[in-house]
Design a protein. Structure first.
Length: 224
C-alpha cells in the first residue's frame, strides 16, 4: 500500500554546494508542483550558494559545519537534532557531500531521498561521468533513490537515461545529466508528498513502490 498523502508535507533539504537541485525544488514549489513545503535548508559548509538560494526564497537557511566536530557520529547526531526541530516528513539530500552513519540513515529510513549522477547500481561514488565515458558506455544518467546505510545503494525511485555522444567529455555530459536531475527530483519528491511513493521491506530487502506497486530495480525509467 502507498503511504497516506501529507497535508503540505514538511521537507528539509541538506546540501553542501551551489544548490541547483534545491533551486529546481523551490521552482516546483512555487508552481505548486512539489506537493510539500521546504521548511529548512541545512548546509555542512558555510557560505555556499545553496544557502543564498534558500534565503532568497524565504526558507530558513542554516549551517552546521562538520569541521566543528571531531567525530562523524557527533556531527550526525547534531544534524539529526537540527533536522528534527523542523519536524519533516521528508529529508532530501541535494548535493550533500557527507557519508552518513548507519544510525542516521536508519532514523530517516523510508523518508530520505538522494540523487546520484549515474544509472545506479553503476558508478557509486565520485567522478561518475568520466567513469562512464572511460568504460565506453552508450548511455549514462541519474538516479533518485531512497537512502539506506549502503552508500548510493538504496532502492531506486526514478532514473533518467541520456546517450553518451562521441563528442562528450565529462563536463558536457554532466551538463546534460543536470538538466534531467532538475526534472526527476521534483517528480520523486511530489510522488512522496502525495503518498504515492514509499519504501517497504520484503524478505529483509528494501523495495521502492509507486502507487502500491513494486518498482523495478532501476525505478521508474525515463529515456531521452
Amino acid at each position: 500500500m502507498s503511504s497516506s498523502p501529507q497535508a503540505t508535507a514538511r521537507i528539509v533539504v541538506l546540501l553542501s554546494g551551489s544548490g541547483t537541485n534545491l533551486q529546481a525544488l523551490i521552482d516546483a514549489q512555487i508552481q505548486q508542483q512539489l506537493g510539500g513545503k521546504i521548511v529548512a535548508v541545512i548546509s555542512n559548509r558555510p557560505g555556499v550558494k545553496g544557502l543564498e538560494r534558500a534565503a532568497k526564497a524565504g526558507i530558513a537557511a542554516l549551517t552546521l559545519d562538520h569541521k566543528a566536530f571531531a567525530e562523524r557520529a557527533d556531527f550526525d547526531a547534531a544534524l539529526l537534532q537540527l533536522i528534527d526541530k523542523h519536524q519533516p516528513e521528508l529529508v532530501v539530500l541535494a548535493g550533500f557531500m557527507r557519508i552518513l552513519t548507519a544510525e542516521f540513515t536508519q532514523h530517516y529510513h523510508g523518508r530520505m531521498l538522494n540523487i546520484h549522477p549515474s544509472l545506479l547500481p553503476k558508478y557509486q561514488g565520485l567522478h561518475t561521468h568520466q567513469r562512464a565515458i572511460d568504460a565506453g558506455d552508450d548511455h549514462h544518467g541519474v538516479t533518485v533513490h531512497f537512502v539506506t546505510a549502503e552508500l548510493d545503494g538504496g532502492p531506486a525511485v526514478i532514473q533518467a537515461q541520456v546517450p553518451i555522444l562521441s563528442s562528450d567529455d565529462a563536463d558536457s555530459l554532466a551538463q546534460r545529466i543536470q538538466i534531467q536531475e532538475h526534472i526527476i527530483y521534483p517528480m520523486a519528491v511530489e510522488w512522496f508528498c502525495q503518498g504515492r511513493l514509499s519504501l517497504y521491506q520484503q524478505a529483509n530487502k528494501d523495495i521502492s513502490q509507486l502507487d502500491g506497486k513494486a518498482l523495478p530495480a532501476c525505478g521508474y525509467l525515463i529515456e531521452s
